[in-house]
Design a protein around this ligand. Structure first.
Ligand code: SAH
Length: 365
């Protein structure tokens, strides 16, 4: 979402696809002409096409996210923001969301905030024309941007990004008998497949991983770090806070987390690029390090389960059940999907970034 965002060409993408060759053919031609391409380029092109051409969310789409499971998710995040804003002295502030999907989280959060006296201008950072249209139905007063650059610099920012960073392109390095190589995507006929590049990457591998067994994979996401740095620059200059919720890990980890989801089932990430959601687990340790290096204060990560419980999801479930007793069982089931360790509760994590001098956000005590 900074200008070097590999996906920033996304909005034109759908139009070009409508007119020109389909994405798999274009990728195949590029690879045939110039050789295998980095995984990050493959993933960036696939997701720009995927998100640009459909609404992938919900039971009839490819995957379901926390705000689509329950209104409680967005409402609690709205109250989290309102509480922080209140303790920061109620400054003028802007609501910013990265990758807002259908706009459900924004609508739920803004409704809850308004009840707490906070009615900020709304900036939605979204590249997909299809999803922008869905967002406009739920949050008509929003302004849309391709990246953070367009967001006004006149007030502190209250930022949320749910399941956004997992969709940004990753790069993979793979250990081979000859040392570490970048994982590239090659093409045979119409079949895409990962291959190891020729160039050595041993120089950038941490010493303890130099002798990892062949096949070991190390992931990085330069695009995620670039977005995070852009965000940090704005929070430092304007004040405010950002809440990032996503599935991921907190350690220095090794392993292949690239996955494709289509029709709620796992698929082969190299098959039918642009027709499945390609994601990778978020490396929270690296995001945290990058944010701290920029001068932000980092809170967490904590698990989504612990975060939502600390914000009072159990009391909110009970209150909604009292209001509509017929829905009590459904409400409890939705709550469990969000917080139970075997559902989203443990794999999903929340991290908060605040400008120096801002209060410690709720849920990260
Ligand atoms: N936050 C929503 C949607 C998650 S799906 C929810 O929780 O339901 C990922 C979202 O990020 C989609 O809205 C997708 O169009 C958007 N997106 C993906 N890559 C993006 C990019 N580079 N810049 C802006 N938005 C992007």
């Amino acid at each position: 979402m900074t200008s070097d965002n590999p996906l920033s060409a996304a909005p034109g993408e759908a139009a070009r696809n409508a007119a020109g060759p389909l994405l798999p053919e274009r990728l195949a031609r590029a690879i045939t002409l110039a050789g295998p391409i980095p995984l990050s380029q493959f993933m960036g092109a696939a997701n720009a096409h995927y998100y640009g051409t459909r609404d992938p969310l919900g039971a009839r789409g490819d995957f379901t996210t926390a705000p689509e499971i329950s209104q409680m998710f967005g409402e609690l995040i709205g109250l989290w923001m309102a509480d922080l804003w209140d303790r920061a002295g109620r400054p003028a502030a802007r609501y910013v969301e990265l990758g807002p999907g259908r706009g459900t989280l924004a609508a739920d959060a803004l409704r809850a905030m308004a009840r707490a006296g906070l009615e900020p201008p709304v900036d939605l950072v979204e590249t997909s024309p299809t999803l922008r249209a869905a967002q406009a139905e739920r949050v008509p007063r929003a302004e849309w941007h391709l990246d953070l650059v367009g967001v006004a610099d006149d007030a502190p920012l209250l930022v949320v990004a749910n399941e956004f960073f997992d969709a940004l392109p990753i790069r993979q390095l793979v250990a081979t008998a000859e040392g570490w190589r970048e994982r590239l995507v090659a093409c045979q006929d119409t079949l895409f497949l990962p291959v190891a590049g020729d160039r050595s990457f041993d120089m950038i591998i941490p010493p303890h991983l130099r002798d990892a067994p062949p096949g070991s994979i190390l992931e990085t996401s330069p695009a995620s770090v670039a977005v995070l740095r852009g965000l940090a620059g704005r929070l430092l200059a304007q004040g405010g806070a950002a809440l990032i919720v996503d599935y991921g890990y907190e350690g220095p980890a090794i392993g292949d987390t690239l996955q494709a989801v289509r029709g709620h089932l796992y698929a082969n990430p190299f098959e039918a690029p642009g027709e499945a959601d390609l994601t990778a687990h978020v490396d929270f340790a690296t995001l945290k390090q990058a944010a701290e290096a920029e001068g932000l204060v980092v809170h967490g990560p904590v698990t989504q389960g612990a975060f939502l419980r600390a914000l009072g999801i159990d009391a909110r479930t009970a209150a909604l059940a009292r209001a509509t007793p017929a829905r009590a069982e459904d409400l409890a089931a939705d709550r469990d999907r969000l917080v139970a360790p075997e559902a989203m509760g443990d794999l999903f994590k929340a991290i908060a970034l605040t400008a120096p001098g801002w209060p410690v956000p709720a849920g990260f005590a």
